[in-house]
Design a protein around this ligand. Structure first.
Ligand code: C5P
Length: 311
């Protein structure tokens, strides 16, 4: 019998810029967003075993069934490669480090990593086009994780165009004690008041220093148009942004649909001091850094495999 095991990392993301440009007939919002991978990651292991596909995870509150994007990735790929019924023959183990419901894309990144790892393990021969299509069916920001690094996302955020990597920045993540659901964050943006909220969100970007220097020397205004409506319900988000700016962040904004707030720092000692100050006043923080595409792209060349023949 041959056993086989694949390990893969699933990296977190922030949105350096997130603008809502319109509404689609299916209820999704059209976006113009710049994604950025972070070094913070979950670790996933997929092992060939007998029995139905299963997920195990020591972290509390992580769904182990169909609500988990790893499970849905397995089902999608299983069916797309012509197999009948439910996925089988693999056990997935997740080590979660990316906080959930935080706007950091943890579930989506796990889903993308599962597509890549399982297509290798099951030898489905799925090409990159089909993989991207399956990723888009899993969720609007899942295709980004197949690309990683710094990338432009259009339409639902699922039309992804790689950009030159951002020069490395040290990142302080401030994790409020509440989460924000993605549909709720987008719904808040549909109010009539949204236009004025967007202005406010830009101001937050400016208050944080506001600029991220992309490859090629292009300065990007750091702004999140979901921050106005989410910040109205959770004023803590704006307060943390201002605090990060005051302690030397080049830019600060809410990550994705929230509730995490990030600050970008040029020097690691500044990031560590900022995080220590925030922790001292009762905030939960994580310090990480931006990750380049060659590190963060969910790709088979990043996985390790072990095969052994048992007689
Ligand atoms: O695609 P995903 O399942 O990640 O999206 C979750 C929800 O976020 C959607 O059901 C929708 O309410 C909202 N969303 C949106 N526009 C986007 C992305 C997500 O309205 N571009």
């Amino acid at each position: 019998m041959t056993t086989s095991r694949i390990g893969i990392r699933a990296y977190a993301k922030i949105n350096l810029s997130l603008r809502v440009t319109g509404m689609r007939p299916d209820g999704y919002h059209q976006l113009k967003t710049v994604f950025q991978s972070l070094a913070l990651h979950d670790s996933l292991t997929f092992e060939v075993v007998d029995g139905p596909f299963s997920i195990s995870c020591a972290a509390a509150g992580v769904p182990l069934g169909e609500e988990n994007l790893v499970w849905r990735a397995a089902q999608l790929l299983w069916s797309a490669s012509g197999r009948a019924g439910r996925p089988a023959g693999v056990r997935a183990r997740l080590v979660k480090r990316i906080p959930p419901k935080a706007g950091l894309g943890g579930g989506s990144s796990d889903g993308a990593a599962a597509l890549v790892a399982l297509s290798a393990l099951w030898r489905t021969g799925t090409g990159p086009e089909v993989l991207r299509e399956l990723a888009g069916r899993l969720g609007a920001d899942v295709p980004f994780f197949l690309c990683g690094g710094t990338a432009l996302g259009l339409d639902r955020g699922d039309e992804v165009f790689p950009l030159e990597d951002l020069a490395r920045r040290h990142v302080v993540l401030v994790l409020p004690p509440f989460g924000v659901s993605t549909p709720e964050a987008f719904l808040g943006c549909d109010d009539d008041a949204c236009e004025s909220d967007r202005g406010t969100a830009e101001d937050h970007g400016a208050a944080g220093g506001g600029l991220a220097r992309l490859g090629g020397g292009i300065d990007l205004q750091v702004v999140n148009e979901l921050q106005g409506p989410v910040g109205k319900r959770h004023p803590e988000i704006d307060r943390v942004c201002r605090r990060l700016a005051a302690v030397g962040a080049e830019a600060a904004a809410m990550a994705g649909s929230g509730s995490t707030v990030f600050g970008l720092f040029a020097r690691p000692e500044l990031a560590i001091a900022a995080a220590a100050g925030l922790e001292a006043s009762g905030h939960r923080t994580l310090v990480t850094r931006t990750a380049a595409r060659r590190q963060a792209r969910a790709a088979v060349r990043l996985v390790w495999t072990r095969s052994s023949r048992i007689n």
